[in-house]
Write a protein that binds this ligand. Structure first.
Ligand SMILES: Cc1cc2nc3c(=O)[nH]c(=O)nc-3n(C[C@H](O)[C@H](O)[C@H](O)COP(=O)(O)O)c2cc1C
Length: 213
């Protein structure tokens, strides 16, 4: 049995730069294409708190994490009613500089959701894959469905739109998140994790510090 204390070294003063570095290292083992998911927790009137997995779509021009959804989902309605959210990224196979496997957790704490401007939606819609575009038109998210009915609807939609572009539904939208804190946790096998937390100061600058796990 062995034990060690993980150490996060040489982290940049800007948390977004740090996040980009870790994301890049996480993507390195996946040259065939890399998708990063994130867990989004929102305040829900019925359940108190509600979380789900969503796809990380990148950073906005202002360096805010964003994801895409539809206005008919509960995640959209939750954020509309209460924009406070928390996001967790889990990156289990990131090689450090010495080639050792490490796991990272990155959290956006006290994040405020702000909807992306609608004039950015056409560009994002054009990059969606066909299944996502069809889903946006035929799925009553969260409602009970009959598989055969939905399949018939899907197949009809697919056939009718063969070779044609699919119109962006008005429900299609995206949220960006402005966090109060970024929390980075690093751990390896048989190690006690290290954490670095960035806290937004009232002057708009980030203060960073190691935090006990
Ligand atoms: C890998 C993965 C990626 C997903 N990406 C998204 C996404 O980007 N946007 C989204 O609205 N739902 C996404 N979902 C579906 C959500 O997890 C969730 O089921 C759906 O949004 C309805 O959740 P709600 O009732 O909390 O709104 C994804 C699910 C998985 C498993």
């Amino acid at each position: 049995m062995t034990s060690a204390l993980a150490k996060i070294e040489d982290f940049p003063s800007d948390p977004v730069e740090f996040f980009k570095q870790i994301l890049q290292a996480a993507a390195e083992g996946h040259p065939e294409g890399f998708m990063q998911e994130m867990n989004l927790a929102t305040v829900d009137e019925e359940f108190g708190v509600l979380n789900r997995t969503v796809l990380y779509r990148g950073l906005t021009a202002d360096n805010f994490v964003f994801y895409i959804t539809h206005r008919y989902t509960r995640n959209f309605k939750n954020l509309q009613a209460n924009p406070k959210a928390c996001i967790t990224f889990y990156m289990p196979d990131v090689k450090d500089q010495a080639g050792k496997d490490t796991t990272w957790q990155v959290r956006l704490i006290g994040a405020t959701a702000v909807e992306l401007p609608q004039d950015e939606m056409d560009g994002l819609w054009a990059k969606e894959n066909l299944a996502s575009q069809i889903r946006g038109h035929i799925c009553p998210c969260g409602e009970p469905i009959n598989y055969d009915d939905l399949k018939a609807k899907h197949d009809k939609f697919l056939q009718e739109h063969s070779g044609k572009s699919i119109e962006r539904p008005a429900s299609y939208t995206a949220w960006q998140f402005q966090p109060q804190r970024w929390d980075f946790l690093k751990v390896g096998l048989n190690e006690i994790a290290d954490r670095v937390q960035y806290r937004l100061q009232s002057n708009g600058k980030w203060e960073s510090m190691h935090i006990a796990t």
